[in-house]
Design a protein around this ligand. Structure first.
Ligand code: TYD
Length: 212
């Protein structure tokens, strides 16, 4: 089974993924938590290029790097894990590419589809949890434990996060578009709710849709 989490940076995916993994493990499921980009030797190097670079990366270059990282992870880790019956929880998958590189950077969506198909070997998640939050609120959360002034240009942010408020508004709109075309696979969650309430919502939906 493949469960994916999506949402703009700062939506709270990692916290929910940790809690869900703990819950599923307590149910005697073999769980593997992965994140994109990364989680293979080559993919981690690509992650560093994508997130830590100070210079510019062209939109197509960025798309191909995310896709190369994904191809590595799918072939080396995801396909073998699913084949032996593990439950894979993945922090971002191809919907991130559609939202960020498609709606955010403006790359043609048909071209994206072909590249996604190549990099994923056609694998589609069984269920995708989308944590919805406004970009400004996500940024506020990110800076909440610091005294650093709130800005999308801040040095504290990674290369993607410095793309600005307008970029993030387009990414969020992109997610909403994607969901409207994939209603059966997506579950939209209001990320402003307390952590425990979101966790309960996720568990309830999983138990309803995939009873053991
Ligand atoms: P990460 O630090 O993992 O962010 P988060 O914790 O919010 O998931 O950084 C991943 C960044 O890469 C994030 O800004 C989203 C972006 N991204 C894309 O633009 N396209 C993609 O296909 C993927 C997987 C991620």
């Amino acid at each position: 089974m493949l469960i994916t989490f999506e949402g703009i940076d700062g939506a709270g995916k990692s916290t929910q993924i940790k809690q869900l993994a703990g819950y599923l493990s307590s149910q005697d499921r073999e769980v593997l938590v992965l994140r994109e980009p990364g989680d293979t030797e080559v993919a981690e190097k690509i992650r560093t290029i994508l997130l830590d670079s100070k210079g510019e990366i062209s939109p197509i270059g960025e798309l191909l790097l995310f896709s190369a990282s994904r191809a590595e992870l799918v072939q080396e880790v995801i396909v073998p894990a699913i084949a032996v019956g593990k439950t894979v929880i993945l922090d971002r998958f191809f919907d991130s590419t559609t939202a960020y590189q498609g709606y955010g950077r403006g790359i043609d969506l048909t071209l994206l589809q072909s590249i996604i198909c190549i990099s994923t070997c056609g694998i589609i998640p069984d269920i995708t949890f989308y944590l919805d939050i406004e970009p400004e609120e996500a940024l506020r959360r990110k800076f909440s434990k610091t005294s650093i002034p709130l800005s999308f240009e801040s040095e504290e942010l990674d290369r993607m996060e410095r793309s600005g408020a307008e970029f993030y508004r387009n990414v969020r709109r992109g997610y909403h578009e994607i969901i409207s075309h994939n209603k059966a696979r997506f579950v939209t969650i209001n990320a402003l709710q307390p952590v425990a309430a979101i966790h309960r919502q996720i568990i309830t939906i999983l138990e309803e849709r995939f009873p053991v």
